[in-house]
Design a protein around this ligand. Sequence first.
Ligand code: VGL
Ligand code: ZN
Length: 199
Amino acid sequence: MRAANEALIVIDIQNDFCPGGALAVAGGDEIVPGVNALMAEFPAVILTQDWHPGGHSSFASAHEAAPFSTMEMPYGTQVLWPDHCIQGTPGAAFHADLREDGDLIIRKGFNPAIDSYSAFFENDHVTPTGLEGYLRTRGIDTLTMVGLATDFCVNFSAVDAAKLGFKVTVRSDLCRAIDMDGSLAAAIDGMKAAGVEVL
Ligand code: VGL
Ligand code: ZN
């Protein structure tokens, strides 16, 4: 068992990010057994869940735009995604084989006007999700991250955590990427530059 100051953050292992889902990440389901095994090693386990209202502003359908195109939002450039992880739908549920006995489920992306890749801040980089306070009040300062997708939600979560002063390790063998236009390589460079250990 890891020390009491350590937590595992399991990011967005949901049906819509697995093969057959609305925003499928290649091999997304392959990581589930390894993630389940790793959960047993940590005294604190937090799951995140992408959780959008229908018609969310990050959906291409909300703008009659093409999926995977980009749009300028008040908070910066936003990729427009296929409709995914709509609150309460089967696509938003965790993969059926994923252990769900974590301590906390943090939902993100529920604000209709702002996307939220990071488990810590919405995409404006200032609106907090509350996860930082939860971790600090439990005395947790060291994080291991796994999940989907390496180049979006894992990347943003890891960089934000490092900026906040947490010691962060990303287990890239237990992550899978969307990888559009070199986004995976850029994410790995960005995480390393932020002081994240990428294994
Ligand atoms: C994610 C795109 C849109 C992710 C979530 O979990 O990486 N990517 N929403
Ligand atoms: Zn999303």
